[in-house]
Design a protein around this ligand. Structure first.
Ligand code: FES
Length: 140
């Protein structure tokens, strides 16, 4: 049912944890399943993502998609990070079962929420970025 890549990222998720003073942090939740994902970004003065960490209180597909999403945004500029859509994450994982597609949406939204937080704090405009509706952050 799950691809080898999904299982690999589920069993050995990359970039799990927190960043102490993040440039941006985003927390999103899925109202249906109750799963929660938090994404931390460390962004340098050139707008490039130097480090990224995540914590997921959720299903295996959410863990695997967050892990892959962090790999895909690391080293990218904030603008490029917007291209890391749930579709891109799913493709990189060789697909997800249809019932699990919403889990990959959580990863995309967590990145967007963290980018939104960064943009707000730094008065930066990231073209095409909107505040995710599932943003449930209590600001730290
Ligand atoms: Fe909720 Fe996967 S079942 S994120």
């Amino acid at each position: 049912m799950y691809s080898e890549k999904v299982m690999e990222h589920f069993n050995h998720p990359r970039n799990v944890g927190e960043i102490e003073h993040p440039s941006g942090v985003g927390t999103v939740g899925n109202a249906k399943c109750g799963d929660i994902m938090r994404m931390y970004l460390d962004i340098d003065d050139d707008g490039r993502i130097q480090d990224v960490k995540f914590k997921t209180f959720g299903c295996g597909a959410a863990v695997a998609t967050s892990s892959m999403a962090t790999e895909l945004v690391k080293g990218r500029t904030v603008q490029e990070a917007l291209l890391v859509t749930n579709k891109a994450v799913m493709e990189a994982l060789d697909g997800l079962p249809p019932l699990k597609v919403h889990c990959s949406l959580l990863a995309e939204e967590a990145i967007h929420a963290a980018l939104w937080d960064y943009a707000q704090k730094n008065n930066v405009v990231i073209e095409g970025l909107e505040k995710p509706v599932s943003d449930i952050a209590e600001k730290e």
